[in-house]
Ligand binder design. Structure first.
Ligand SMILES: Cc1cc2nc3c(=O)[nH]c(=O)nc-3n(C[C@H](O)[C@H](O)[C@H](O)COP(=O)(O)OP(=O)(O)OC[C@H]3O[C@@H](n4cnc5c(N)ncnc54)[C@H](O)[C@@H]3O)c2cc1C
Length: 150
């Protein structure tokens, strides 16, 4: 929706035939005259790196295997959600997807390390929930330090 302010057409390339986005956001996007969905497709190449600028993308339709080229002046990638927690793998407890598992409140299995935000929240992942968890982690960190007289 934001990109429609700058482009004449926004192609939304998606590998399936429907979005997982909230219904209201999907409806809003598809009601927009500038947004054209391209279903069942993936980008296989950004053109044209040799020219040092974007002139288009090569697409492959996953159902028909057909290849096509769509002219465009920019590419914006938004694929999936992977918590950036691999740095702590083997030290801080996390689930198989990399979401940190708090032990109690915002505490982790490592004393003095607290967790907040999307990296521990595989359900809501919203600004307001992240901010709330941040507040909880800050309070717990303060209590932890106070208990140690630091
Ligand atoms: C397209 C989009 C639309 C959204 N729309 C909404 C909305 O309308 N309403 C809403 O409530 N929420 C929305 N969200 C979700 C919201 O942005 C997140 O829930 C929120 O930003 C999570 O906050 P966070 O602090 O946990 O993580 P982030 O905001 O992701 O902050 C993590 C920070 O850590 C930094 N970082 C990562 N790795 C390292 C490292 N190794 N070293 C140092 N720094 C590092 C990152 O650069 C980043 O600054 C949207 C998200 C997206 C992607």
């Amino acid at each position: 929706m934001y990109l429609t302010r700058f482009g004449s057409i926004i192609y939304l390339v998606h590998r399936r035939d429907a979005l997982r986005a909230s219904k209201i956001m999907a409806e809003r996007a598809f009601a927009h005259t500038k947004i054209k969905p391209i279903w069942d497709s993936v980008v296989t190449e950004v053109l044209d790196i040799k020219q040092d600028k974007v002139t288009g993308v090569r697409l492959r339709n996953l159902k028909t295997k057909a290849e096509s080229v769509v002219d465009c002046a920019g590419v914006f990638v938004a694929v999936g959600l992977i918590p950036n927690t691999h740095l702590f793998k083997g030290v801080i407890n996390m689930d198989e997807s990399g979401y940190i598992i708090p032990r109690e409140g915002a505490a982790t299995n490592v004393p003095g390390v607290f967790v907040a935000g999307d990296c521990t929240d595989r359900v809501y992942r919203q600004a307001v929930t992240a901010a709330g968890l941040g507040c909880a982690a800050a309070i717990e960190a303060e209590r932890y330090l106070a208990a140690r007289n630091e």
